[in-house]
Design a protein around this ligand. Structure first.
Ligand code: 5RP
Length: 298
């Protein structure tokens, strides 16, 4: 039983001060439940309202991708610099230490490989497993304009429903097929469909013309997809342009783990995303870290 000997008079009610009610720093997220906002706060840094998400989920359709052959060797050293990690449950359970305290965005769709029709995906996890793994969000590929468009939209809406029941956000990933243009019209269409149908985060590609219309018309945070490996300065420039034009961060894979110096690259991306460091300065920062790391290895 609690000790009741020295119970003091209560007096600090501050009747003249209205109760604080804080909004939430992320676009479109202020009316979500506490658990969902708490999970979003593990992905998006409260100070900048942006994220550096490291995507390493490629194996789910590509097998052992260059740079991901040994996740334990190449990726674990990058984790301290990632606000969030996007990966499959297989890699999470087998290779990522449970002490990793930042956001985990679990790839939750799959079922097609590069050998077959890529859009033929299904939901690939039970919501119970997402809860068991304590993930911060679930990611699902949505192929707008693809052969299995409706099926993939349905995958997303079912995950959104399950996620809402358990306080887990869903990230709609707008996949681009070989024959679809990556322009603002298409990306705006795909992103808006994901948000309208309930995704709390949207991942989409950057486009040179009109990207600000894609972010403006999407009522929830957009994270920029990385795409194929570019020279480091170009990748940093693309990240800078995306966040300057309204993206709430990046979800980059190959442009980080296939960089010449991945640890230096993810830190340079962090400077761009959180501090809006200009691309040339971020590239200088990358080169300095890269040289320091090379010296340490000697
Ligand atoms: C495709 C994906 C990928 O699985 C992956 O995350 C892509 O990363 P990157 O293109 O930056 O290497 O989500 O849409």
């Amino acid at each position: 039983m609690a000790d009741t000997d020295d119970i003091r008079e209560t007096k600090n009610y501050f009747p003249g001060i209205p109760a604080r009610h804080e909004g939430f720093y992320l676009k479109g997220s202020h009316q979500l439940d506490w658990g969902m906002r708490n999970r979003l706060a593990r992905i998006f840094r409260p100070v900048s309202a942006r994220t550096v998400m490291l995507a390493i989920d490629h194996g789910y359709f590509l097998g052992p991708t260059t740079g991901l052959e040994r996740v334990d060797i190449t990726i674990l050293p990058l984790l301290p610099y990632a606000d969030a990690l996007m990966c499959t449950r297989g890699i999470l359970r087998s290779t990522i230490p449970a002490s990793f305290g930042n956001g985990v965005v679990m790839r939750s769709s799959g079922g097609a490989s590069t050998l077959k029709e890529m859009s033929n995906e299904h939901i690939a996890v039970d919501i119970e497993d997402a809860v068991r793994m304590n993930v911060s969000a679930m990611a699902v590929q949505v192929f707008i304009g693809g052969k299995f468009e409706t099926q993939t939209v349905n995958n997303m809406t079912r995950l959104v429903d399950m996620g809402l029941r358990h306080g887990i956000p869903t990230m709609g990933v707008t996949a681009v097929g070989k024959n679809l243009a990556r322009d603002a019209r298409y990306l705006g269409l795909a992103s808006r469909i994901c948000a309208e149908l309930g995704a709390q985060i949207v991942k989409t590609y950057y486009c040179e013309e009109g990207f600000e219309t894609v972010t403006a018309a999407c009522p929830v945070p957009i994270v920029m997809a990385g795409g194929k490996k570019l020279p480091e300065l170009e990748a940093l420039t693309m990240a800078y342009n995306a966040v300057s034009q309204g993206a709430s961060g990046v979800d980059m894979g190959r442009n980080i783990f296939q960089a010449e110096a991945p640890a230096a690259m993810i830190q340079a991306v962090g400077k761009v995303v959180h501090e809006l460091m200009k691309p040339k300065q971020a590239y200088e920062f990358y080169l300095t870290l890269k040289n320091e790391q090379a010296k340490e290895r000697k």
